[in-house]
Design a protein. Structure first.
Length: 387
């Protein structure tokens, strides 16, 4: 029993001769000719695992030319409506998806943005990515996300993947290890705009989006001083990161403003891992002559410090005050709740993406890199306020 490829009915089907040795049929209702191809069934995903349908499969299934299928899919006016519908129906049946890479080779544009981040362990980078994706989606762009896992080698591999994918632009936050930037300069040589965020690079002429790390750190330490803490330590980040440098400077200047001494033994820079944050807290809080407050470079370090203090029976905030940076979701539910410096994390991703899209639209060499500095705000909670 033969069914029409368009209306799927059998009552109006008649034979109409042979073409290339195959039976030709005619549907009186739809007024179309068609041939039942044995290969049409075999193009399905069920019988050919791993096969990706193409316009060739659609053309064979309907016994029409590839050019007719292509024009029908693109909505050309020279294609009859019944043919266009037949093509679209078969495309759905075969789960046909257009080859975006092939289109990009013709247009020299993929409408794809690359994002490289160092890790997904904490909420910061996923939140930035969601903000960036929102703006990219509104502009009709897809996003390829790469995680470098805090490894320069992986970061370099990520840049190669994005280059091979012919992305139109890239948003980057570097690893804690990155000190050579040649793998980023490759994008520049290929005319692909870059926007750095959070962990930024000053050696490349590219736009950057970051918060006022100095201002946030200064406010955090001054808050501790106002609350009666006098012996304030700092668990910092990798010295090569600009944000680590600026937060350390804010810490030092706040102490200087209020005439408090700087104890070099109370400044520990760590690699941003939980293990190293815990050991940094141990070094500061184990001795009898210990600080009475600790300002941490980020919330994960502050949370590990708080947990270590509780583990050793050190009361927070009575015996030691703790302040973090970034307003991680955990900071508001841990006990006691963590005082922290809030960053506009989602907004950072949105702004970075808007800047990148502007650069892509203007074209390489037709825009000037810009620095966008976002404000911070201090969120005071239980961990830094003595009774």
């Amino acid at each position: 029993m033969t069914r029409c490829v368009k209306c799927n009915q059998v009552h109006a089907i008649t034979k109409s001769g042979l073409i290339r040795g195959k039976q030709r049929y005619y549907c009186k209702d739809c007024k179309i000719h068609f041939t039942i191809q044995s290969s049409a069934v075999n193009t399905s995903k069920e019988t050919r695992p791993g096969h990706i349908s193409t316009i060739v499969d659609i053309a064979k299934a309907l016994n029409i030319s590839k050019s007719t299928v292509s024009r029908a899919l693109q909505g050309h006016t020279d294609i009859k409506e019944q043919t266009r519908k037949a093509v679209l129906n078969m495309a759905r049946k075969l789960d046909y998806q257009p080859n975006l890479l092939a289109k990009s080779l013709v247009k020299s544009k993929t409408n794809t943005i690359g994002i490289i981040v160092p890790e997904f362990v904490n909420s910061f980078f996923p939140t930035v990515i969601m903000g960036a994706q929102e703006i990219a989606g509104e502009a009709g762009y897809n996003v390829l996300i790469c995680q470098s896992q805090e490894s320069v080698r992986t970061e370099i591999a990520n840049t190669k993947v994005l280059l091979a994918s012919r992305v139109d632009g890239v948003i980057i936050s570097m690893t804690r290890e990155t000190s050579n930037f040649d793998h980023f300069r490759v994008f520049e040589r290929h005319g692909i705009p870059i926007v750095f965020f959070n962990r930024t690079c000053e050696q490349i002429a590219a736009s950057r989006v970051f918060v006022n790390d100095y201002e946030g750190a200064f406010a955090a330490v001054e808050h501790l001083i106002v609350n009666g803490y006098k012996k304030i330590a700092h668990i910092g980040g990798p010295p090569g990161l600009r944000l680590s440098q600026n937060r350390l400077k804010g810490y030092l200047d706040a102490l200087k403003k209020h005439g408090l001494p700087v104890n070099d033994k109370w400044i520990i820079q760590h690699d941003l891992t939980k293990e190293n944050a815990w050991s940094s807290a141990e070094k500061l809080l184990s001795p009898k002559k210990r600080p009475d407050a600790i300002f941490c470079v980020n919330d994960p370090a502050a949370i590990q410090t708080l947990l270590y203090a509780k583990h050793k029976g050190i009361k927070v905030p009575d015996e030691v005050g703790i302040v973090g940076f970034s307003d991680d979701p955990i900071s508001s539910i841990i006990e006691p709740q963590l005082t922290t410096v809030k960053q506009p994390v989602s907004e950072m991703g949105k702004i970075a993406m808007r800047i990148l899209l502007e650069h892509i639209e203007k074209g390489m060499g037709r825009y000037s890199p810009v620095d966008t500095i976002l404000p911070t705000s201090l969120i005071v909670r239980q961990s830094s306020v003595r009774k």
